[in-house]
Design a protein around this ligand. Structure first.
Ligand code: NAD
Ligand code: LMR
Length: 324
């Protein structure tokens, strides 16, 4: 049996975590042979609800769960954490954009960045789910000077999976037939879901769908899918967000099957200069991600990638005081 790894989850009594914690505990993230210690963080008023979640986790009698820590102290939750899933934050309601949450949520991520810096494993892999995820990840990273900024990532895998599903449905194929999907930029309505490098069952996607559908249906539908879920469910996506968080961490830790999208520190690739957390096409192997280089970009793509970059730089400017 492997040694257990420590997995911190924030917002552990919330909606996403109600799916996420159980799936991690059952081995969906790191494999059925990897024991886990769950370190669950909540705000003090939610500790009773968190206790209920812990009772249910215990009641599942998961073979892989070695211990469960439930706390309202970030220093305890992040102690020696190998993986940290930062979910705890306010969700948006109808009519809001995710960046409207910046003021309410940004402070959480400066505190948690410091706590990760002081307590987590030096190799911790951090995924920010709480919105606005890219800029929250930037805040956490800037407050953790002893950790490599590359250890801080934000989730655009849900957008990636949404795009796979839309294209598969449109072409009458299965999601597993689609390769080369890319989400560029921000987890927001400016994100650019790009099918220019995509193949469906070996055929270039651009040959299978009309340009008008791509520009005027596919792109806005993927960009607005979160809002459509909120409208339909009366609450933001939860199980699908948890599933994508598991996909993101699993691929980062264990390797991806081809190209996936991850929001990571911009490094100048594709003309996106450092200073923001930007979603790129990556491949993962041996516990590391690498940006896929050398893709050709047409003017349409360049303009969309610039629009989402501009939004991220505006978000950064709004939280400059929290960047340490
Ligand atoms: P929720 O309100 O059900 O749960 C959030 C939980 O976080 C609550 O239990 C709350 O008490 C807790 N919390 C608040 N501040 C905290 C803090 N400082 N430390 C620890 N816990 C704290 O919300 P949810 O539906 O689980 O969504 C959580 C976040 O994830 C929201 O910001 C939502 O917008 C975002 N989200 C992101 C994606 C994505 O693709 N990146 C997808 C879905 C949701
Ligand atoms: C989503 O994409 O479903 C989440 O970011 C929730 C939201 O606010 O849209």
């Amino acid at each position: 049996m492997k040694d257990p790894v420590r997995i911190a989850i924030t917002g552990a009594a919330g909606n996403i975590s109600y799916s996420l914690a159980f799936r991690i505990a059952s081995g969906d993230m790191l494999g059925k042979d990897q024991p886990v210690i769950l370190q669950l963080l909540e705000i003090t008023p939610a500790l009773e609800a968190l206790n209920g979640v812990v009772m249910e986790l215990n009641d599942c009698a998961f073979p892989l769960v070695q211990d469960i820590v439930a706390t309202d102290d970030a220093n305890v939750a992040f102690k020696d954490a190998d993986y940290a899933l930062l979910v705890g934050a306010r969700p948006r309601g109808p009519g809001m954009e995710r960046k409207d949450l910046l003021e309410a949520n940004a402070a959480i991520f400066s505190v948690q960045g410091k706590a990760l810096n002081d307590n987590a494993s030096r190799d911790v892999k951090v995924l920010v789910v709480g919105n606005p995820a890219n800029t929250n990840a930037l805040i956490a990273s800037c407050n953790a000077p002893d950790l490599d900024p590359g250890q801080f990532t934000a989730m655009t895998r849900l957008d990636h999976n949404r795009a796979l599903a839309q294209l598969a449905q449109k072409t009458g194929k299965h999601v597993t037939d689609v390769e080369g999907m890319i989400i560029w930029g921000n987890h927001s309505a400016t994100q650019y879901p790009d099918i220019a490098h995509c193949k469906v069952a070996g055929t270039p996607a651009a040959e299978l769908v009309e340009r008008d559908w791509y520009e005027n249906t596919f792109i806005p539908d993927v960009q607005q899918r979160g809002a459509a879920i909120i409208k339909a469910r009366g609450a933001s996506s939860a199980a699908s967000a948890a599933s994508s968080a598991i996909d993101h961490m699993r691929d980062w830790a264990l390797g991806s099957n081809g190209i996936v999208s991850m929001a990571i520190p911009a490094d100048g690739s594709y003309g996106i200069e450092p200073g923001i957390i930007y979603s790129y096409p990556v491949v993962c192997q041996n516990g590391a991600y690498e940006i896929v280089q050398g893709l050709e970009l047409d003017d349409f793509s360049k303009q969309k990638m610039k629009a989402t970059e501009d939004e991220l730089r505006q978000e950064r400017a709004a939280v400059e005081h929290l960047l340490g």
